[in-house]
Design a protein around this ligand. Sequence first.
Ligand code: PLP
Length: 398
Amino acid sequence: MIHTGRHFLQIPGPTNVPDRVLRAIDRPVIDHRGPEFAELGLAVLSGLREIFQTSGHVIVYPSSGTGAIEAALVNTLSPGDRVIIFETGQFSYIWWQMGERLGLQIDYVPGNWRRGASAAELEARLTSDARHVVKAVVVVHNETSTGVTSRLSELRRVMNRLRHPALLIVDAISSLGSIDYRMDEWEVDVTVCGSQKGLMVPPGLGFNAVSEKALAANRNAKLPRSYWDWQDMLENNQRGFFPYTPATNLLFGLREALKVMKEEGLENIFRRHIRHGQATRAAVRAWGLEIVCEEPLEYSHSMTAVFTPEGHDADRLRKIILQNFDMSLGAGLGKLAGRAFRVGHLGSFNDLMLAGTLSGVEMGLRLAGIPHKEGGVMAALDSLTPAAKVIEPAKVAR
Ligand code: PLP
């Protein structure tokens, strides 16, 4: 089938890249050891701090997010170290597997894939660790496989109340730049991220934002590392350079994306994502379908995972939508495979794109013969434009 117009890329990352960012990438490669590059390097490294809401260092790797996960572990821990990882979904599973392979002792806290990390559970585990054997607590902030956002400030409060010195390591891959994330305020020690979601840059950059405490742990951490070593990075980064060839053109894109984000402002970005999350859930409820996240306080603002009714294959629905409407939705991952689909509403996105996305889902539900009620799109439009908030044309700022 021939498709016209733009493809709708509504997976929860990689996300749509703004044309401005694409144009910034589309330029000749420069010498990564020359003065022009140093300027780019310094601009990007300092701009990133605002997005992570940290005054600490942000390290940039030419890697996917998984590379940055490995970097976070090998730079802070030693073989046999005990680490608590909360089971939130497929991505916490990746952390668990990575930790096992690296020779860490992982305490994988079971979860039902419908809720975030439990503060009560953390309290119980850390209270019984009077000798401070646990060296790190790992949380996936926004679990991209389920659309559940863990409440990090509550987890931090537990650690502080118990005066437990474990590092707090957070995967913010699908929250940074779309869901409020406060590295310093929440005293996160390492934040892991990737370029391809809220930051609106193509895949290929991985990030570790690091606290002073993480840097201190780094000096004693014995896991083998070379490519991922923070010290080589930090030494070169001081002058805007990297210890090996960086992803030059993606960094041009990142510099532009940071400008785009600054123009909109972090607060406005977060508000926009909240509105789109609310409108998406209004549609799902109107269709009579079930949201995977079962705790309203933990609804993700960047994406929504939705169960298809028993006996109706979510992958078939996604295929029908792709074939007929040229829209990609996220697949159910791990134990949600075939049972759920995921709608990304993060990154470079607006009301009309959301309306188009939800229209595609609603038409797909009809074509797939999945039992649902009509009116999901209308419910989303109502959520986006509540009557009380009508803006008269004359009052629109020009
Ligand atoms: N963690 C989370 C929360 C993710 O959403 C992803 C990717 O979607 C990853 C880790 C893995 O990142 P990557 O696929 O870039 O290696």
